[in-house]
Write a protein that binds this ligand. Sequence first.
Ligand code: NAP
Length: 313
Amino acid sequence: MTRILAVGRYSDVDAAALAAMGAQALPSAAALAALPAALRAEVHGVAFMGHESFGAAEMDLLPALRVIANFGVGYDNIDVGAATARKVLVTNTPEVLSDDVADLAVGMLIAQSRGFEAGIASVRSGDWQRRGPLPLARRVTGRRVGILGLGRIGREIADRLAGFRCQIHYCARTPRQTPGWTRHGDPLSLARAVDDLVVAVVGGEETRGLVSAEVIAALGPDGVLVNIARGSVVDEPALIAALEQGRLRGAALDVFWNEPAVDPRLAALPNLLPLPHVGSATVESRAAMGELQRRNLSAVLAGQAAVTPINAP
Ligand code: NAP
């Protein structure tokens, strides 16, 4: 018997679609060990959703596993090396969410620069009437903006910001075809050349702490840092110190080191605009992600090529 496990907290729509494929729901990977060994031995496919780690230990609980179909483009929480070693194919959901994540990144840069949060609070509290106007904000149009990671999402962010007549600089290991944007070989050189920095690289060990204390210092007291990639990419204690001491004007973060348990020192900062990891959280993106996840799962379990594979075991 071919069993599929739907691991994670799915929307009702996705849960129903996975159930229609015969998938059994499991709230988290941590619950795997409690399943009977005979059931685990029949699991060929995992539809995975969430940011908890899925590594060798979890894979070893599923000896017949053939595919882990991730709901999301980022897969830094899945040990792809361990999967390849066990001949398990891993798939993700690229492209279909890029527009929404890019919209969010640009929206966060504007909201942070123009002081949306303080403005909204001033209207709601009555301070607008009691205390009068807020201090002036800063413009986004025409700023020099650095994109750390000009991949699918980074490119969409850059294209949008080019529409705001921003001067685009980027950092990526491989040069990209661009309409004359400036490439930098490392994040420090990028940060030194720009006013604001948007982080769009992959997560994982290779990019951990890429936005270091030095990079944050190079942005300086007029700079804004936006991160829609992964919390691990930014040195969070260094960011907190810079924001507390006014060495960075502001940050807008959709992702955090220890999410959803955000450091209370960070969450309390007035020059932080925080969002709860909602980059792809639209009806449209989530529907497309679910559909792509299920197409990958069905294809591999039917012995066909995956639509968007990550590894080639
Ligand atoms: P992508 O197309 O693979 O782009 C990733 C970028 O990272 C590429 O420009 C790549 O360029 C760069 N990169 C990879 N390894 C690197 C390294 N070691 N050092 C420096 N740069 C490196 O991925 P994507 O579809 O744009 O997604 C990017 C990330 O966004 C995902 O991995 C995910 O973590 C995050 N994300 C967040 C949300 C959210 O809800 N906030 C939603 C979707 C995705 P080079 O290989 O040329 O260096």
